[in-house]
Design a protein around this ligand. Structure first.
Ligand SMILES: *Cc1c(COP(=O)(O)O)cnc(C)c1O
Length: 411
């Protein structure tokens, strides 16, 4: 862990995903032989001499203990795991997924700069751009997420410092052509930031031209709907200095207890993701054949929007997707359908072990004219329940949808 001052272990790359999840970030002989890195809580770090304290401080932004805010072994174990999973060199954990969005934006942008964000971007990221970033004199243009290379080139200005991406969008599932966007951005010297929470290890950001990869570890990494945490991963020393510098300047910190829970969650991530991916595809297939459904917004389904790019760039899919109902159903009818479900909770977030369903229509903001649907859209997260039970529950939901429509037609 401390032999290379914090880079992800190069040997880890040669193993497959599940093996890496099992072996990355382990303490070796440093935990009295215990398998896991323990929770190290602390603010003050004591040194035997002033000289040793100065020596430690010289290792700025490396895995050397100086003070609590610089992190400790529990943080580094998790950071090394994430860096390995994403194929980057270094990672810093921050308090939430949203902090993982805002920290690198602030690392690269200042007054007079321009930022490009997809119209499908995670709502609080849009709010940050329109609020705090705007107040700091940073201008943001929201672009069609399905833009191609020439389209992106046309959007770039001399002062565009950041091209932000999120693929697929977490409400309407537009898959972005990240390599094309990155080529256009890099030709003009802009950094490419990506919210890779949906793709996680199924999308390797750095082999597709991304400079900074953002994760809401709150989702599948923690996996149990009881931790908030984010990570920012980079693949160059220059980006590490920028991102780690910003997280340090902002006082970003994650609790060691939460890092320990996330590292624990990651040990089972491979089998959870596999099971949830398979169950979600099964549920999505069933939904596609329902007469009430206009389309299923699941990039892994042949014929679904974004499927060709997903197939080219991703090696799998997580268990979050959407359905658009036929336009004859109202948004209120779709709410009645969701209310009738007993196995799907109604709530924000995803990536936990439990299934969720929430309305998308009326709950998302778009300013570039994208994300328009004729019928109501529902977002579904498939948990670890048996998919046959989830399908039976959705069947009850469709009965409620019909009952609501029938009630309205009678009036
Ligand atoms: C949930 C989410 C975030 C933010 O994560 P929090 O830990 O809830 O702040 C960021 N991006 C995406 C795509 C998300 O779904």
């Amino acid at each position: 862990m401390d032999d290379n001052h914090g880079a992800a272990h190069p040997d880890g790359r040669k193993h497959r995903f599940r093996t890496r999840l099992s072996h990355a970030g382990r303490p070796g002989t440093k935990a009295y032989g215990f398998v896991n890195t323990p929770v190290h809580r602390g603010s003050t770090v004591l040194f035997p001499t002033v000289g040793e304290r100065l020596g430690a401080a010289a290792h700025r932004f490396e895995q050397v203990m100086t003070y609590g805010t610089q992190g400790g072994p529990t943080h580094w174990a998790l950071e090394n795991m994430i860096a390995e999973i994403e194929g980057g060199t270094r990672c810093v954990v921050v308090s939430t997924g949203l902090a993982a969005v805002t920290t690198p934006l602030l690392a690269y942008l200042g007054a007079g700069d321009h930022c490009l964000m997809p119209d499908s971007v995670y709502g609080p990221a849009r709010s940050f751009a329109e609020g705090m970033m705007a107040r700091c004199g940073i201008e943001t243009t929201f672009y069609d997420p399905t833009v191609d290379e020439a389209g992106m080139a046309a959007l770039l200005r001399p002062n565009t410092k950041v091209v932000y991406t999120e693929s697929p969008g977490s409400h309407t599932f537009e898959v972005q052509d990240i390599p094309a966007i990155a080529r256009a951005a890099h030709a003009r010297g802009a950094k490419v930031l990506m919210d890779n929470t949906w793709g996680f290890h199924f999308f390797q950001p750095f082999t597709h031209g991304v400079d900074v990869s953002i994760q809401a570890l709150t989702k599948y990494a923690c996996g149990h709907s009881d931790v908030l945490l984010g990570s920012v991963t980079v693949n160059s020393e220059e980006d590490w200095q920028a991102v780690r510098g910003a997280s340090s300047a902002l006082g970003q910190y994650a609790s060691a207890d939460d890092c320990w829970l996330a590292a624990r969650g990651l040990r089972t991530l491979g089998i959870r993701l596999q099971a949830q991916m398979e169950a979600a595809v099964e549920v999505a297939h069933w939904l596609r054949h329902r007469p009430e459904v206009a389309q299923v917004l699941h990039p892994a389904l042949p014929g679904a929007p974004g499927h060709a790019i997903w197939k080219r760039d991703f090696t799998g899919a997580c268990s979050l997707f959407g359905i658009e109902l036929k336009p004859e159903y109202s948004a209120e009818a779709s709410h009645a359908m969701i209310d009738a479900l007993s196995l799907f909770g109604i709530g924000a977030s995803w990536g936990g072990y439990e299934s969720l369903a929430i309305p998308t229509t009326g709950f998302i903001t778009r300013t570039a004219g994208t994300g328009k649907f004729a019928g109501p859209v529902i977002r579904i997260h498939v948990g670890l329940e048996d998919p046959a039970d989830l399908i039976a529950d959705l069947d009850i939901g469709f009965a409620a949808l019909h009952a609501y429509r029938g009630r309205n037609l009678d009036e």
